[in-house]
Design a protein around this ligand. Structure first.
Ligand SMILES: [Zn+2]
Length: 179
């Protein structure tokens, strides 16, 4: 998968680019800024690092932000347009749980955007994340099983009750025996 260059996007958008100085061919200025209308060359692009910055309106960012801003898209939409074949990483089943489901088992969120501590290698970090997700998934499965067990007991309890109406006392006794 090739990465889209900021220079290509600028040219597609009709911007005329000229180097800021002959010593820095990668640093270019645009004839106009499509975001604020500046025509004094305040919009600069770094073709090497794929960054833009307008000194007049302070718009700045990378390729995706540039494309998103030019076409009035969100960053996610821009990414989709620029890299339509880029597949999302396969999700762990725990990552498919909704926030409400996670809260049911006592997790506030999955911290999807947790960052790797500097002391961990990428492999250690991946292993740590997998253990964490496995543990959440196991907790969820146990929770579902426990709920099903409660439902089965309640169903048995009500079935008995319909055949022989009990007093509240005996229902409680029955429940205690079952538990
Ligand atoms: Zn501007």
């Amino acid at each position: 998968m090739g990465w889209v260059k900021i220079g290509e996007i600028a040219e597609q958008a009709g911007l005329q680019l000229t180097p800021v100085s002959r010593y820095r061919p990668d640093q270019v200025k645009a004839d106009h800024c499509p975001f604020c209308g500046d025509i004094k060359g305040n919009l600069e692009l770094n073709l090497d690092k794929d960054l833009f910055h307008c000194w007049a309106c302070d718009s700045k960012g990378g390729v995706i932000a540039f494309y998103a801003k030019l076409h009035g898209l969100s960053d996610t939409e821009a990414k989709q347009k620029l890299y339509p074949h880029h597949r999302a990483r396969k999700l762990h089943p725990a990552e498919r749980l909704t926030t409400a489901q996670l809260q049911e088992i006592g997790f506030q969120s999955l911290h999807r955007h947790q960052t790797k501590p500097a002391r961990m290698s990428h492999a250690e970090w991946a292993a740590y994340r997998t253990r964490q997700l496995d543990w959440i998934w196991q907790t969820w499965c146990e929770h579902v099983q426990a709920e099903q067990e409660i439902e089965r007991r309640l169903a048995r309890l009500f079935a008995t009750q319909e055949q022989h109406p009990h007093t509240l006392q005996s229902v409680n006794e029955h429940w205690m025996k079952e538990a």
